[in-house]
Design a binder for this molecule. Structure first.
Ligand SMILES: Cc1ncc(COP(=O)(O)O)c(C=O)c1O
Length: 395
């Protein structure tokens, strides 16, 4: 056990992470290094947040420049980086208004507050939000309630009320669950943490229709799927619909903490005093996110996610042909997963880590791939060689 691991075990709350056991000290592009200089190809990328890879010059330069100018102000004043990013994101999403915050969970909290206020104003006080089983929306108490995973909820009951869950990709179940008290439906366009579950083609369109029929708001949580990761700027674009409210985070800042809540004119009903944040929308993070977002668009990283993502997918399908233990390959763009026939996810991720590839296990039997959007086909080849060797060892 190295010195840092000993200290961590002494001081850090045991939330069950550090599953791979390595201590990282440096990163560049799609690669990171540990404290003894061992190199790893990073297909976790800060859980899909490091969209441009590690320490990208665009990020470093934006951080440097803005940190010399203005780091934090308050929502009592205007700051130019916030306004620039607001204009960029609203025009890129077609949604009218934005509020900035610090994490995906916080963005989703804001979305639910917005939906509840809308319910008070327009739906006779309806306040319930229906989300999906196996969903993931964050770790605050209300987002634990919104998340469709009983194992994340059990230690923290009683949970805030007003949340219910139905199976993902099941419009009939949603339709049956909508009641007098429902104000919104909250969904990930592709479930990330739940195992990279891609719904059938018409799902979102039918959910949109249901919301329109019943006057409900559709909230899409694009915290993981947004900003180019799945091959379009927003994952919902392929369904040809628009949400009323959308949350984004992770890849938006390329590694720095920023998230956003966007809403159309109908849903954007916050008034003065309804919402706030000390650090949300600070000039430093907004300047970086603006630089990252512009880079994603200018360099067409969504297009790269399509091209490199389909090459990656093909190579994973090759592994499926080669190895019986690989049950399924799922995902879109550069949000992919393989499911094994046995509960080997953690062992597989550890075996890959030993060979220099960082992967995110979803125990018991799924592994998720969310590399930086800047990876090359050669990086994919290297990952496949390592994965192949790990499968040969563990199968
Ligand atoms: C879809 C989705 N929503 C929300 C969150 C929570 O984001 P954060 O960890 O930034 O609070 C995550 C994080 O994994 C996520 O994948």
């Amino acid at each position: 056990m190295n010195h840092w691991v000993e200290l961590d075990k002494r001081y850090f709350m045991d939330t069950g992470h550090r599953r791979l056991g390595v201590t990282l000290v440096r990163g560049e592009g799609a690669r990171v290094w540990d404290e003894v200089g061992k190199e790893y190809l990073d297909f976790i990328a800060g859980w899909a947040a490091c969209s441009l890879g590690h320490c990208h010059p665009v990020i470093v330069e934006a951080l440097r420049e803005q940190s010399e100018r203005l780091i934090l102000a308050s929502l009592d004043v205007y700051t130019t980086p916030q306004i620039e990013l607001a204009e960029l994101l609203t025009s890129a999403s077609g949604l009218a208004k934005v509020f900035f915050c610090n994490s995906g969970a916080e963005a989703n909290e804001g979305a639910v507050k917005l939906a509840r206020k809308y319910g008070k104003l327009h739906l006779n006080g309806a306040y319930e939000v229906i989300s999906a089983l196996k969903s993931f929306h964050g770790r605050t108490l209300a987002m634990v309630a919104a998340t469709g995973k009983p194992e994340y909820q059990a230690p923290f009951t009683p949970l805030p009320e007003g949340f219910s869950h139905v199976p993902f990709n099941d419009v009939a179940a949603l339709r049956a669950a909508v009641g007098e008290r429902t104000c919104a439906i909250l969904l990930e366009p592709i479930q990330g943490e739940g195992g990279v579950n891609v719904p059938t083609e018409n799902y979102l369109k039918e959910v949109r229709d249901l919301c329109d029929e019943r006057g409900l708001l559709l909230i899409l949580d694009e915290v993981q799927t947004g900003c180019g990761r799945t091959g379009t700027l927003w994952a919902h674009e392929v369904s040809g619909i628009k949400p009323d409210i959308m949350t984004v985070g992770k890849g938006l800042g390329g590694g720095i903490p920023i998230a956003a809540l966007l809403a159309n004119d109908r849903a954007a009903c916050f008034g003065p005093g309804d919402h706030g944040s000390t650090f949300g929308g600070n000039p430093l993070c907004c300047a970086v996110a603006t630089a990252v977002f512009r880079f994603i668009v200018k360099e067409d990283l969504s297009g790269s996610a399509v091209r490199v993502g389909s090459y990656f997918r093909e190579r994973l399908l090759g592994l499926q042909e080669e190895w019986d233990i690989v049950k399924e390959v799922r995902g879109r763009g550069l949000l992919l997963a393989i499911e094994f026939t046995k509960p080997v996810a953690l062992a597989m991720a550890k075996a890959c880590c030993e060979r220099g590839l960082l992967l995110s296990p979803i125990p018991p039997q799924t592994i998720r791939f969310m590399p930086p959007l800047i990876i090359s086909p050669q990086d994919v080849d290297q990952a496949i060689v390592i994965l192949d060797a790990a499968i040969a060892q563990i199968k």
